[in-house]
Write a protein that binds this ligand. Structure first.
Ligand code: ZN
Length: 374
């Protein structure tokens, strides 16, 4: 499943007679209380949403309840740490998306699906391959935000190190060379398999895993094209499960991405200050969104400012004014962050949700890289 495609498809949904229900859940059941928290969260959300709901919305909520019960009972997708559900009867929408990172719980009934959590994830968790290697084994574990792919295990017949008696002592140096030749062949074979898998997945990033010495030896034998894709290394032992390695690699990639994102965002804010092809601040970003000029939106996580969207000319403005300041038409109340994300995705732009960034916070929590200067 390509998450970005799913986000785009949801953004393109037409309006319908009945609202869309969007539910995001944290389904990391490792914490024993989490199951109960999700159960209570769902039951509160459902109760509120059912108040005054029409027939079609009621049917959607029944479906959400049924799926929620199954999730909490762990009858479905026990592996997923995050689940998103979307329902809208008139649009024929009944969708469950499972991902490998937890969502913050959210329950929204609105004209449009809530896209922010999914759009943010689609941007930040790009696919990768974890390669565990030791002297005679290798495991290739593809990971992407939708989950972990099938593990491929490679084994090479390297002779064991155990030796007995005088023959082994005499032959030790020859034997050692034999082992090393085999190891080189093994590493070469693994590199070849990795090359194929990487080509299949469209040149994804690689995380090397294993004992430092083995990883270093393997890395030095990688062809340049693959070596250039290595994002970093993690320590790992052969007995550890694929999902443990995938989690460790995901955490490493998230750290790397966060520091890269921080660097890029600083550049964007500098560009905005110079009046170039970027803009900072809520007003400026709203203006850019209205012009369809946003290439990439930067939104502070937890941004919760309310706003008003004109039902006549679609212009957005901060605050809760009942009339549009552009055309004087009536407005509806919106969550500004989600509204902006929806419009940027619909116009083909990208979304970056930033955990913490002092300068972005000072700028009001919103900035954008533009397609053209305004
Ligand atoms: Zn207006």
């Amino acid at each position: 499943m390509d998450l970005r495609e799913r986000v785009n498809a949801l953004a393109r949904l037409p309006g319908a007679a009945s609202p869309v229900v969007s539910v995001y859940l944290d389904t990391r059941w490792a914490d024993e209380h989490q199951r109960e928290r999700v159960r209570v969260f769902l039951s509160n959300g459902l109760r509120k949403a059912r108040t005054g709901a029409g027939t079609e919305l009621r049917a959607d909520l029944d479906w959400i309840e049924e799926q929620g019960d199954r999730l909490v009972a762990q009858a479905t997708v026990p592996e997923a740490d995050g689940v998103a559900l979307f329902a809208c009867g008139p649009l024929g929408l009944r969708e469950i998306l499972t991902v490998r990172v937890p969502f913050q719980n959210a329950f929204v009934v609105a004209e449009r699906p809530l896209l922010t959590p999914l759009a943010a994830l689609a941007e930040e968790a790009l696919p990768a391959i974890v390669v565990f290697v030791d002297g005679s084994h290798a495991r290739l574990i593809p990971i992407d935000p939708a989950g972990q792919g099938d593990e491929l295990t490679l084994e090479h017949g390297v002779p064991g190190r155990h030796s007995r008696g005088g023959w082994a002592l005499m032959a030790q140096s020859r034997y050692q060379r034999h082992v090393e030749v085999h190891r080189d062949q093994h590493f070469e074979a693994v590199a070849e398999a990795l090359q194929e898998l990487s080509a299949q997945q469209g040149g994804v990033r690689i995380v090397l895993a294993g004992e430092d010495r083995m990883v270093a030896a393997f890395r030095s034998r990688l062809p340049t094209t693959l070596a250039g894709r290595v994002a970093g290394t993690i320590s790992a032992a052969r007995y550890e499960t694929a999902s443990t390695l995938a989690d460790r690699a995901t955490a490493l990639l998230a750290r790397l991405d966060a520091s890269e994102q921080e660097r890029v965002l600083n550049e964007v804010l500098t560009e905005a200050a110079k009046g170039g092809q970027a803009i900072a601040g809520v007003e400026g970003t709203l203006h850019a969104v209205g012009r369809g000029a946003v290439r990439r939106l930067y939104l502070l996580r937890g941004f919760s400012e309310a706003g008003a969207a004109c039902t006549t000319c679609a212009a957005m403005q901060p605050g809760e004014a009942a009339t549009c300041r552009a055309c004087g038409g009536p407005t509806k109340r919106v969550c500004l962050g989600d509204e902006v994300v929806d419009r940027v995705v619909t116009a083909g732009g990208e979304i970056a949700v930033i955990d913490a960034h002092a300068a972005l916070e000072r700028a009001g929590g919103m900035a954008a890289l533009l397609r053209f200067p305004l």
